[in-house]
Design a binder for this molecule. Sequence first.
Ligand code: ADP
Ligand code: MG
Length: 243
Amino acid sequence: MTAARSTKRRHQVRVEMSLQFARFPYLKRLDEFDFKAQRAVDKRLVEELATGRFLSEGRNIIFLGPPGVGKTHLAIALGVVTAELGHRVYFTTAIELARKLTRAMNENRLSREMKNLTRPKLLIVDEVGYLKLEQPEASLVFQTISQRYERQGAMILTSNKAFSAWGEVFAGDAVMASAALDRLLHRCTVVNIRGESYRMKDRHRPGERVDVTQAGFEQPAQTQGQTKRSRRQAEPAAKEVSA
Ligand code: ADP
Ligand code: MG
């Protein structure tokens, strides 16, 4: 085998291992994402994210929007890109993360578990806000966010809840929610996705609109000016996209 081929093979093995380690619920790629069907998502912005620069910058990405608009698809696709760049990535949902940490705490191995969550280059936390966390769970999720922030480790989060409703997500603790958002938004790209569920796309007659705002989704509030740090969103690295 030539040197070039063996380097390539080593990289392939690394990518395969990373994809296994990631525990994606399924694989999705960016080229499977129909940008024409989802006008609220800026293709160029997603392409910039796909360069992986956000990983070395320790920049977070938050996809906000109602169900079915492609938040998980985009999060997984960027996770796959991360694996293909040869980095470790770990996928979980907020509730799964909370339960995993609670179990670890009860079994006296919290710090080891926390290390496992801070080591990967990218941590994806899907479905923040779908289920309300209990107080101890919220605190453990907060610690994860905080530790990754200290190490400038990138995260991708998806949520159906506007930031203004994150108090509820964090067990009704508005102070904890705001401290979490403060860290998350310090270096962050927020992508607000609106529109109807892609799953419903072909299920109703053309011209008939499914009103997702009726489905209990609050439009995300302006993300700027919530906290001192989050105002830095106005920096070039932080771009807010809305429909
Ligand atoms: P969300 O996480 O926002 O609820 P998903 O990412 O799970 O939504 O999307 C629901 C389904 O629709 C998935 O199978 C996803 O691949 C698909 N989907 C959503 N938006 C698009 C799109 N713009 N192009 C292609 N597939 C899409
Ligand atoms: Mg989803």
